[in-house]
Each structure stands twice: as structure tokens, then as C-alpha cells.
Design a protein around this ligand. Structure first.
Ligand code: NDP
Length: 290
């Protein structure tokens, strides 16, 4: 048996073409979707992510507003910019690229974004709405994972799902979405005892750890749907390039389906950011949000 490869690059391309049609329709009504992106400092990975997000935005017929700040910027300046963007009618989504430098209180920055424009879904009001099963914006990475799982056609009801990682950005919202989809969910993390005993039970295994090739073949139940969220840059002596949290070549023969890195969850994250921006613009255009 060899796993179905869940091609996030292809699915994302398909979705982005659909988004362009919707964005162009909105533009005809005078509401071209707009995404404001705030990047503080010069973290190379963040710069790449932001560049990719801006490019995808333009290709999907949306406008991006780019706000780079130096690493030593005073938090008050960034908060002031967010306040302006909250009121700017051309901006339907505001994204602050994380992580922020140490002078920032991340929670304070996320709380300053108007929840109706919080397309990352990290504002406490949006986290709460997600938890209650009535989300305003679903965080992009777990949202993308749910789309990839839907591609398998597998009914998630009653399935054992194991998420490795409990971050606010990936692990926790991922667990919540799987729970709402009817899975029995276990969330594992660095304090989990006998991790393999948990992962081997998983019909759906999501790895969001940040450790290259951490998930090995012996941790995977035959036929499991394996989702690799990790993006790790390998050192030059290991050939460079990107690799996930899953040992792809070893797990592929066992899994029922698996996402590659790159080309799996990464492109879906960007697609779902566009989806959220578009949804936000549609709400403003319809007047359901003012
Ligand atoms: P965090 O570092 O915030 O979280 C990592 C999680 O993994 C923590 O909950 C941690 O546990 C857990 N963990 C660490 N070591 C172990 C271990 N030995 N056993 C079990 N659990 C462990 O990372 P993020 O959630 O932000 O990101 C995870 C990965 O996903 C990274 O590689 C990141 O680059 C990637 N990523 C990819 C995206 C995409 O679009 N594909 C988007 C966002 C992130 P504890 O809480 O106990 O410390």
C-alpha cells in the first residue's frame, strides 16, 4: 500500500482561481478585497512568508498593503498603524506576521486588531467563537488542513485524531476543528508520556512540532491520514531545503494519505488567508459588517 499524496499546491491553485473570480466580482461593485500585512524586523522566514502572501494576494485579484517596520520599532507605532487600518474601508483583513520582537506583547497586538478584520483568527473574541463552534474566521493553517482532509473523502465522524503540538496558531485550533468534525481528539505535546502509544491509535495524525522528521514509521497506524504541518529548514550539510515534522519517505508506505513538505499544508495556509480576506470583503460589501 502506498499513501494518497495530498497535493496542497494543486488544491490551493484551484481554490485561488475560484477566489479570483469572486474578488473580481466584488471589485466590479467597488469592493476590491484588501489585506494589510504588518511585518516587524527582518526574520528571513517571516520575510519569505510575507512575500508569498503578498504575491498570492495579487494573483487572486486582491490588493495588499504592506507595512514593514524595523526590528526596534516602538510597539505604540505599530498599535497606531493597526488602529488606522481598523478604520480604513479599503482594508478587509489585517495580518501581523508572528513572531514579534521581544519589546512586543503579542497578546496586546492581536487584541488591537478589529475582530471583523482579524483574518488570522487569533483575536480572543475569534478564538472564543471558534471554540463555541460558530467561527468568524478559522485560523488559516488548521483551516487548510481541514480542506486537505476533505479531499480524502474520509468521514471524520468517530475517528481517533491525534494532534502533536498545542500552539495557539496551529495545535489548539486544529484540535477544536477536528472535535467539531466529530473526531475523538487527543492533543500531545512535549510533556506527553509515551507519545507513540497515542500516535499509533490515530486514524488522523497531525504533526505541528517544528522538529525535522520527528514522526517515524513506527509511530503511525497503517492507513492513517498523516498531516505534516512542520516547516523545517535543513542545515546545509544535510542538503539544505525544507522538510516537515514527518519522515515522509518512511511513513508514505504505511499511511492512507500524507501531505508532502513543501507542497502540502504550506500553500493551503496561504489559500485560506485569501479565503478569509475574501469572506471579510464580502461581509463588508453586503453590509453584514460595517
Ligand atoms: P510551536 O513551537 O509554537 O509549538 C510546537 C509544539 O510542539 C508545542 O506545543 C510543543 O510542546 C510541541 N513539541 C515540541 N517538542 C515535542 C516533543 N518532543 N514531543 C511532543 N511535542 C513536542 O510551533 P507552531 O505550532 O507555531 O508550529 C509548528 C510547526 O509548524 C513549525 O515547524 C512551524 O514552522 C510550522 N508551521 C507551518 C505552517 C504552515 O503553513 N505549514 C504555519 C504555522 C506553523 P510544548 O507546548 O509542551 O512546548
Amino acid at each position: 500500500m502506498t499513501a494518497q499524496i495530498l497535493d496542497g499546491a494543486a488544491l490551493s491553485k484551484r481554490l485561488r482561481a475560484e477566489f479570483k473570480v469572486r474578488a473580481d466580482e466584488l471589485a466590479l461593485q467597488g469592493h476590491r478585497p484588501g489585506l494589510a500585512v504588518i511585518l516587524v524586523g527582518e526574520n528571513p522566514a517571516s520575510q519569505v512568508y510575507v512575500r508569498n502572501k503578498i504575491k498570492a494576494c495579487h494573483e487572486a485579484g486582491m490588493i495588499s498593503f504592506d507595512f514593514p517596520f524595523p526590528a526596534d520599532v516602538a510597539p505604540a507605532i505599530v498599535l497606531q498603524k493597526i488602529a488606522e487600518l481598523n478604520h480604513d474601508p479599503a482594508v478587509h483583513g489585517i495580518l501581523v506576521q508572528l513572531p514579534l520582537p521581544p519589546q512586543f506583547d503579542e497578546a496586546e497586538v492581536l487584541a488591537a486588531i478589529r475582530p471583523e478584520k482579524d483574518v488570522d483568527g487569533f483575536h480572543a473574541a475569534n478564538v472564543g467563537a471558534l471554540m463555541q463552534g460558530d467561527p468568524r474566521f478559522i485560523p488559516c493553517t488548521p483551516y487548510g488542513v481541514m480542506k486537505l482532509l476533505a479531499e480524502t473523502g474520509v468521514d471524520l465522524n468517530g475517528k481517533e485524531a491525534v494532534v502533536i503540538g498545542r500552539s495557539n496558531i496551529v495545535g489548539k485550533p486544529m484540535a477544536m476543528l477536528l472535535l467539531h468534525a466529530g473526531c475523538t481528539v487527543t492533543v500531545c505535546h512535549s510533556r506527553t508520556k509515551d507519545l507513540n502509544a497515542h500516535t499509533r491509535r490515530a486514524d488522523i495524525l497531525v504533526a505541528a512540532i517544528g522538529k525535522p522528521k520527528f514522526v517515524t514509521a513506527d509511530m503511525v497506524k497503517p492507513g492513517a491520514l498523516v498531516i505534516d504541518v512542520g516547516i523545517n529548514r535543513l542545515p546545509a550539510e544535510a542538503g539544505g531545503g525544507l522538510c516537515g515534522d514527518v519522515d515522509f519517505e518512511a511513513v508514505k508506505p504505511i499511511a492512507g494519505a500524507i501531505t508532502p513538505v513543501p507542497g502540502g499544508v504550506g500553500p493551503m495556509t496561504i489559500a485560506m488567508l485569501l479565503a478569509n480576506t475574501l469572506t471579510s470583503a464580502e461581509r463588508f460589501a453586503e453590509g453584514t459588517v460595517k
